[in-house]
Structure formats: C-alpha cells, structure tokens
Design a protein around this ligand. Sequence first.
Ligand code: UD1
Length: 343
Amino acid sequence: MVGARPQFIKLAPVVRAFRDLGIPFRILHTGQHYDPSMSEVHFASLVLEEPHYNLGVGSDTHARQTGRMLEAMEDVLARLKPSCVLVYGDTNSTLAGALCAAKLKIEVGHVEAGVRSFDKRMPEEINRIVADHVSDHHFCPTKNAVDLLRKEGITGILTGDVMYDALLQADLGRAANPCTPPYALATIHRAENTDDNERFAKIWEGIRRVSKTIPVVFPAHPRTRKLHGALLDRACKTISVIDPVDYITMLVMVRDASLVITDSGGVQKEAFLLATPCVTVRDTTEWPETVEAGANILAKAEADALLEAALSMLGRSVETSYNPFGDGRASYAIAAFLKERYT
Ligand code: UD1
C-alpha cells in the first residue's frame, strides 16, 4: 500500500524481491500524491508496474484525506482478502493502510518500523507510532529502530533499510545531472516548515545567504510551490528553483552536490549514503545515525543558524565505511519472512 513519493521508492526493491521469490502481490496507490511529477514519473523511473488500484484520494485536511482513504481501502481489502498488507514509512497513507487492515483483521507489516523523531507536532511521528502499534510485523531499518521499539514493548525484525536497497539498485549511469557543480541542493517541504509563513521566510533567507557562497538548486515540492510560489519566483540569480525531478536524477544531484540542505527524512539518508554533507532544517531528526556519523547537522529555522550550519558542513568529507542502514538486501529479508509465514 503506497500513496506518496517516498513510498514509491521504498516499494520498488520490495516488488523486485517479491518477483524473485515468487510472492503474489497487488499494489494499491491511495492517490495522496497525484501530480505527475510526484507520482507517475517515479513509477516510470523505478520501472514499477502500474498500481493495480488507485483510490484517487488527493489532498485535503488530515482527517478528510485519511478518512477518504480508509473508506475506499475498506472495499478493496474486503474484496481482496490479502494474507498481509505492507505499509511503508510515515505518511497519512501509511496510517490509513495500517488502521484499515488491522480493523479488518488482516495482518499488517510495517516497513521502516521503529523510527522516531520524538516530536509529536509532526504528523509523520503520529502516523509512525500508530502504524507500529497496530502492525503485526515490524521491519526495522536500523538497530536503533529495534531498540526504540523494544522500549514500547514491540519486537522488531532488523532487516536494514529498503531505501538503501533502492539506492544500490538505481542505475546512476542512466541519468544526466541537470546541474553544473559546484552547487548546494536544497529541498524544504514539511508541514512544520512550510505552513508558517514567517518560519518559511526565515529558512528561505538562510538559503539565500548560503547561495552567496555557493549556488543553490531548489527542486520545489508542490506543497512549497503552492504556499510560497511568490517568494520562490522572486528573482534571485544564485538560487535555481526547478520542478521536482525523478528519483534517479535526484540521486545524481545529491551525489554531485557539495552540500545538501533539507527537511526530508529520505534525502538526509541519501546524502549520507552518497557521501554528501547535509544540513537538516529541523529541531529533531528520525535518523540520528547520520548525525552521529558526522555527516548531518541539525539547524534551527533561522537564517543565521542555517548559514552557520551550512558553512560548517561545506567541504567536510563524509565517512561511510560504517553503514547503519544494512547490506542492501532489506527487501529480500522482508520477502523471505513473508514467504515463510504465508506460503
Ligand atoms: C507527504 C507526507 C510526508 C512526506 C511527503 C513526501 C503526510 C502527512 N506527509 O507530505 O511525510 O515526506 O509526502 O513528498 O502524509 N500536493 C500537490 N500535488 C501532489 C501532492 C501534494 O499539489 O501530488 C500539495 C497539495 O497542496 C497538498 C500538499 O501538497 O495540499 C500536501 O500534500 P500531502 O500529501 O498532504 O503531504 P506532503 O506535504 O506531500
């Protein structure tokens, strides 16, 4: 069950493992992300088959969006009667999928279980906690996630991170980088950074100041574009605002960047795995491993703090010999577990 951009990426290696191990499956897309640049382009670049079901839910308030997903999913799941529903990560689609299946007494597997930011102001944190507590199988990306789940009385299975599998399977030779190095790559889209105009303006000012040292490329998420289009479009020669790019192109852009500035969970990890230093514009991170490795630093949503963090990370080399995200076969570990249990 998927619905938002990062979930299409997590789905791809799992589908490959399912095919290799002969596990029958159906893909259900909630339609949470519907812009071609957020959805179709990823299915195409990840060579994923079309979803078997698309609920076409689209955007709305949290309650309405989640409610519509629940209602539409119930019909499909009641008809399909799968042995298990797999949900991924921490979006509203994850929450709805886990809740709907659990209430129908269908077993639930949570991919990326046990991850916590300990900040309940983030919708993602609420989604993860609920998904973990109604799931039957908890596929943990890191040892830290297993330890955190144990404190909540849940036994996790350490599989490694399917995003690392996806990255290793990506044919980076296939994509040209639309940007010319040196540059910093910035993405900001989370609700806590974009919903408050003043907060976003401070972050944007920080990015503008960084761009005086190194040009910045900013692929704009539709949420950010919708809320702050006027600010993004204001002429600034040192920041290139571009449309969202496909997964492979994004990886190439992260790899070749001198610095990443982001509030995305996935991009923090990708920066680490591709040895690019990262500044995370948030008060907390659900990926402390990247900070402990010296590859990532948290920055407050203030222009000066962001600039200072960026200057401290620029030119820093990232040590990736210790990789907390597994061996690149997380999706096979998940598939093998499911095959053993259900066939
Ligand atoms: C969602 C996830 C977030 C994840 C992100 C990845 C939740 C609560 N948040 O955030 O964890 O990091 O996806 O991208 O599930 N919009 C469009 N077109 C689209 C998608 C979104 O225009 O294809 C705009 C709409 O204005 C919408 C807003 O983005 O109101 C928010 O979309 P939504 O799906 O609620 O959350 P994201 O911010 O994308």
